[in-house]
Ligand binder design. Sequence first.
Ligand SMILES: [Mn+2]
Length: 297
Amino acid sequence: MALRTVHFLDLDPPLRDPATSRVAVIPVPFEQTTSYVRGTSRSPARIIEASAQVEFYDEELGCEPCEVGITTYPGQHPSDWPVSMEAMLERVERLVEQACAARHWPLLLGGEHTLTLGTVRALLRRTPGLCVLQLDAHADLRQEYQGATLNHASIVARLRELCPVVQLGIRALSRQEAERIQSENLPVIFAQEMNADGAWMDRALSALTGPVFLTIDMDYFDPSLIPAVGTPEPGGPGWRDTLVFLRRLFASNPVLGADLVELCPREGDINSDFITARLAYKIIGLRVRQGFAAAAG
Ligand SMILES: [Mn+2]
């Protein structure tokens, strides 16, 4: 099927002009190491397609965040991308550097979770105190998985070699991962701790030690909300609590970029694609509310 929309929100040219846009949507349709249901490489194109149906007006923010300009980088299709992991990571690194140099706030659409490593490498060069906030059902702390050290199930183990990682919504992990979390006292908030009193939000926010890169594996959400993921895990958080938390995050911490990864679109399920597009725009709106400095940012 030919996709109708190649620009996030299907914006008109003035609102997606790279020269004036403050936000870049960067598609990364890379998939190599997914272990259960495959298909996340189709996700960037499907999210962008669904985004054409998202309202420009944000009812909570009371504005149209797209007025800051949102440019969509090319490369939505898997055939546009290299097949090797290292080449993918190098390209992601270069694109994020390019985005920062052009004063585009980067929002990456995956693709498998490994791409986060390329983004974090690029951002760390500019901001050595960076820390990562991961929303995910899975701890992803395996030293290696299926013979590879660079794998979607090992991504947080690799990120932790570079910078602190705070983990939220975790509810699937191995005994070894659980033991590591305990013995190293890692900042992990399990889904079962995310009670209505909201104390987990304070804990998560106080664990962040510097400017934040936000990575959201879509399997973080309960599969009743987002069924289209490769490895669905029951008992996940919902939309409203997560939005309350993200509002607090953006109100209290500089957020230098974000990615949404591991959506695995399915025929007949438009909810997952649309909700992911909506989340992408919500995150852009929250970033817009933080404000962009006139000269740099
Ligand atoms: Mn996951």
